[in-house]
Design a protein around this ligand. Sequence first.
Ligand code: BV8
Ligand code: ZN
Length: 273
Amino acid sequence: MSERDAADLLRDAKRVAVFTGAGMSAESGIPTFRDALTGLWSRFDAKTLATPEAFARDPALVWGWYEWRRAEVERVRPNAAHDAVAAIEAHVPGTVVITQNVDDLHERAGSRAPIHLHGSLFAPRCSACAQPAPPPIGTAPSAPGPGAAPAPRTPEPAPVTGGPAALDGERDGRRKPPECAHCGAHVRPGVVWFGEELSTEALSAATEAAFGCDLLFTVGTSGLVYPAAEIPYVAARSGAAVVQINPEPTALDAVADVNLRGPAARILPDLVA
Ligand code: BV8
Ligand code: ZN
C-alpha cells in the first residue's frame, strides 16, 4: 500500500490516534536515541543517565544532562510533521496524540493535549515527595563531558567547555539539582526512566485511544521501548488500520498495514494536503 492508500484511510477515519517517537522531532534538530551515528545512546550511556540509580549516584550529572536537553529543545521549533499532526487533530475531532517524546514540540505546533507517556522535560518534581517544582530559569549547562561515561563504541561528542557551567564552578555539564521547597530533597526531571512505571493515567488514556481508534499512525519510533510499544498492537488487535512513517525498518513493521519509508516532515504533510 502507498501514500495514496494512507491518505484515503485518513480521509475515511472517524477516530485517529497518532503515536510518536524521537524521529518526529529529528527534523527540528533534536537527536533520536538509537540512530547509529546521531542517536543520544550512541554518545551517552543510558544506564549512566536515564535510570533512578544514575540519579541517586550522581544527581548533578543527570540533572545537568536533562537541563542541557531542555535547553536544546527550547532552541528549536516544531517541524512540518508536528504541524501536520495538529492539522489532523483540527480536521478529525477526537484525534489523540500519544507521544514518547519528552519535548513540547507537539504542544507548540498546536496539538491540544498530547499524552506524554515518558513524561516531560518541563515538569520537574521532587524526588522524595513528588511535589511539582518550578522549571529552572537561566542558562543550561553544556553537554556532559567525560564524567558522563559516554557509550563505549563511539568517540566522545564535542561538549562545549568553559560555558556557563564552568562559570559557576560546575564542570563537565554537571549542575546541582534544585532543592524541593517543601521537603528539601533533590528536584528531579519529570521523565520516566528505565525501570520506572509509566503514569497509570497516561498509559490508560493511551491504551483507550488505541483501542477506540480506526486509524493509528506510528511515526518516528523504533518500537523497542515497552510498554509504550504495545500501543500500535492494541490498535491493530481492535481492528484499526496501522500506518507507519519511518525512513528505516523497525520492530513495528509487522504490525503496520502500510509502511511509508521516509522522513515524517515530508510524508505527513503530503497526507493532510
Ligand atoms: C517499565 C525518557 C515496569 C527519558 C525513556 C518488555 C520487553 C523488554 C524490555 C521491557 C519490556 N517491558 C519493559 C521493559 C524494560 C524497559 C524497556 O522497554 N527496555 C527496552 C529498551 C529493552 N522499559 C522500561 O523500563 C519502562 N518501565 O517497564 O516499568 C515497572 C512496573 C512496575 C513497577 C516498576 C516498573 C520505562 C521505559 C521508559 C524509558 N524512558 N526515556 C529520556 O528521554 O531521557 S526511553 C526513550 O525511548 C525515549 O523516551 C524515547 O521516546 C523512547 C522510545 O524511543 P524512540 O522514540 O522510538 O526513539 P529511537 O531513537 O529508538 O527511534 C527513533 C526512530 O526514528 C528510528 O526508528 C528512526 O529510524 C526514526 N527516524 C529518524 N529520523 C526520522 C525518523 N522517523 C521519521 N522521520 C524522521 N526524520
Ligand atoms: Zn519534596
